[in-house]
Design a protein around this ligand. Sequence first.
Ligand code: THU
Length: 375
Amino acid sequence: MIRALLFDMDGVLADSEDISIEIGIEYFESIGVKASAEDFAPYQGIGERIFFDGPAHDLNAENYRYEDASLFFRRRYPEIIKGRSIALPGTEFVRRARKAGLLTAVSSSAPSWKVSANIEGIGLNLSDFDSIASGEDIRRNKPEKDIYTLSMIRLGVGEEEAVVFEDSRGGIESGKKAGCRVVSMLTTISREEAERAGADSVIENLGAIPDFQDGDALENILFGGRCDCLRYGVNMIRRKGHYPSEKIVIEAARKARENGYAPYSGFRVGAAIVSASSGRIYSGCNVENSSYGATICAERNAITTAVTAEGKIGIECLVVYSDDDPPAPPCALCLQVIAEFARPETEVILVTPRTIRRYNFSQLLPMPFIFPTMR
Ligand code: THU
């Protein structure tokens, strides 16, 4: 599920290229050199130093000093963008995302003064973002992963929960190296280039994203058919894809049964589930109690152990191991708890030392109760 959105600045939220060129021309004019937009074209988007050094060399600008140009730029930039709109279509998306409960971050390799000026220039506030990381915060620039990794650490989210919005090859590579899914805008590169660089999804601009209620809905919009996310009970879960063999899961349930605490019924049960997002196995046994009704079944113990370890889970497969034929199915209480985390297709395997029976969850509980707002 998507929990956080990490935005590059130039070409995603803001378009400041024309302004940069304008200031460049002004600077060269101030030292008596006539420059035009074409002089800057080969040196755009690859850092400030080359943006000035390149044309200065080509135009034989004798009085040029990079330090002067940089200062000039820093002074002029905030003045110029004040009266202009540098917002790309759809910057409101940031606020919509926030309203839908998502975390937002800027991860730009530009200097922090420029990032702040741009945020203001696109009509947003610094407080519209939960984290703002700029070039000074990292040593290795894009295409290295550092700025995105830093943003995720600041937000406290994992790479599978974060989506990067980029518009350049190096930016896309940076997001992919950080382990995130990357959505590329088509502001600066073509669809083919974006896909070749590893973009998981391509959109015209942020304005093309329709309204959504939460991270699950956005997940569907952005990654739709291509995302390996499935609904498990009430939750969207990103599937791992490779799972342990049935034999190994059965062995885990058999082993769990050995610890079954059943001094009253004498009926020990073991259960093992496979988590859809991690492929890990979690097991549990039944734990009875002097007050019989306080007894906890093996299946629910396995599930609560999995949730304790991973948070929200999807149940890819469940094995119940008992010692009486025909093999015991989960009780109705457990079925209801399983329904919270299982798909209708989730495999439920009932095992004894003599018998194996395979079912789909929907055969055991065709009509689970799901809370209305979670359906
Ligand atoms: N039991 C389970 O562990 N799972 C089920 O789904 C059915 C029942 C346990 C609970 C109790 O300790 C014993 O079996 C007898 O009811």
